[in-house]
Write a protein that binds this ligand. Structure first.
Ligand code: ZN
Length: 377
């Protein structure tokens, strides 16, 4: 299915691009998602949906449907990784603690934003030792984040404090977004503002669709921090099914080819296996009913559905699936390159097809839809 097959597709892709870019330009470090949440709440209210926020900060909107069909929690995370100020040096340089999976080898000379408050944020740059003074041994060495410092133009600790910077101030990659081609976009936190944009667009379509189960749209907090933010929403909502949206690692670059067959622009993808062993010991093996639903829906739409299996990364699904008597869970998403770097890359056609796939799959969940494990091999 071509992402640009007709005029209405065009409009959906334009809306997705617009909202995604808006969201990418709003800072929202884990635990500090307020600005992103308010923007999303407005977008949902514009669609006629009521929103609520749980105590942890998750944004929830419920679209009522057939109460005899299994209920669905469609969710994604709205936070992003970054840093927290840990010390301000006497000379005004700022030291940070990392928050989330920050790639240390891609930090020096990055632009950052010190999130002091709307209208008061300050730009900074992660210092990189002057090249002319770099020794041969230093040239190919990664500087650990503990040794890095941010230059935000302050010449003393007092000056930084007066500007509102203090221990605990959130710091993110300086928000940016720009097109690489007609359909490819790069910028900060495509992970997972793209998921947020897709859910808003899916909500628009599901509102217009009469045949549907009850769907709870959830924009979760703190995913990059501890992967458990969505848990409180799942405990409140007690869904039968959870569908989690996030990036899936595109493996079509020279350094990733051995890992799989996920192509940027090749359409949406589903995860058949994820696992993270480094201290986390969790992952998601999707419920077979959900795998079969997405496979049959994609086939019906004539859409390519890519498959991913990987260790080293996981999502909130790992914890959401354990709520109550178990939630039938699956991770679906869009291929993305350069995860967690300051400039990630995605394809708008993938996002649009993912939206179409989600709406059709959720529309296929009716009162005959069985989650009985014994009906599957
Ligand atoms: Zn993510």
């Amino acid at each position: 299915m071509s992402p640009r097959s007709n005029k209405s597709d065009h409009t959906a892709q334009d809306r997705l691009a617009r909202l995604l870019i808006e969201l990418m330009l709003i800072p929202g470090l884990s635990g500090h998602e307020g600005r992103v949440r308010r923007h999303l709440a407005t977008a949902l209210r514009d669609l006629g949906l009521e929103t609520r926020t749980d105590r942890l900060g998750n944004l929830i909107a419920t679209l009522e449907g057939d109460t005899k069909a299994p209920s669905v929690m469609l969710f994604t995370h709205m936070d992003q990784l970054g840093f927290v100020v840990r010390k301000i040096e006497a000379d005004g340089f700022i030291r940070v603690e990392r928050l989330g999976g920050v790639p240390e080898r891609a930090l020096a000379s990055q632009a950052v934003l010190l999130c002091i408050g709307e209208g008061h944020d300050r730009a900074g740059v992660i210092a990189n030792k002057s090249h002319h003074a770099t020794t041969p041994e230093e040239k190919y060495k990664v500087v650990p984040y503990m040794d890095l410092y941010i230059d935000a133009g302050f010449s003393s600790r007092e000056e930084a404090l007066a500007a509102g910077v203090d221990v605990g101030t959130p710091v993110v990659y300086r928000p940016q977004a720009f097109a690489l081609s007609q359909s490819r976009l790069t910028g900060t936190s495509i992970d997972d503002r793209a998921g947020c944009a897709v859910i808003v667009e899916a909500a628009r379509a599901l509102i217009a669709q009469r045949k549907r189960p009850t769907v709870h749209f959830v924009f979760a907090v703190q995913e990059e921090f501890n992967l458990r933010g969505a848990l409180t929403a799942a405990q409140i909502l007690q869904p039968d099914i959870s569908i989690q949206l996030d990036l899936l690692l595109a493996t079509d670059t020279p350094d990733m080819a051995y890992r799989g067959d996920v192509t940027l622009g090749g359409g949406p993808a589903m995860s058949l296996y994820s696992f993270h062993g480094r201290g986390t010991l969790n992952g998601t093996i999707p419920h077979p009913a959900m795998v079969s639903l997405f496979e049959s829906t994609a086939a019906r739409l004539g859409m390519n559905l890519q498959r991913s299996a990987h260790s080293g990364a996981l999502t909130d699904s790992s914890y959401v699936q354990l709520v109550g008597q178990g939630v039938a869970s699956i991770d679906v998403g869009f291929p993305m390159r350069y995860s967690h770097s300051s400039l990630e890359v995605c394809d708008l056609g993938d996002l649009e097809q993912l939206t179409t796939l989600l709406v059709a799959a959720i529309g296929g969940i009716d009162r005959t839809f069985s989650l009985d494990r014994d009906e599957y091999p």
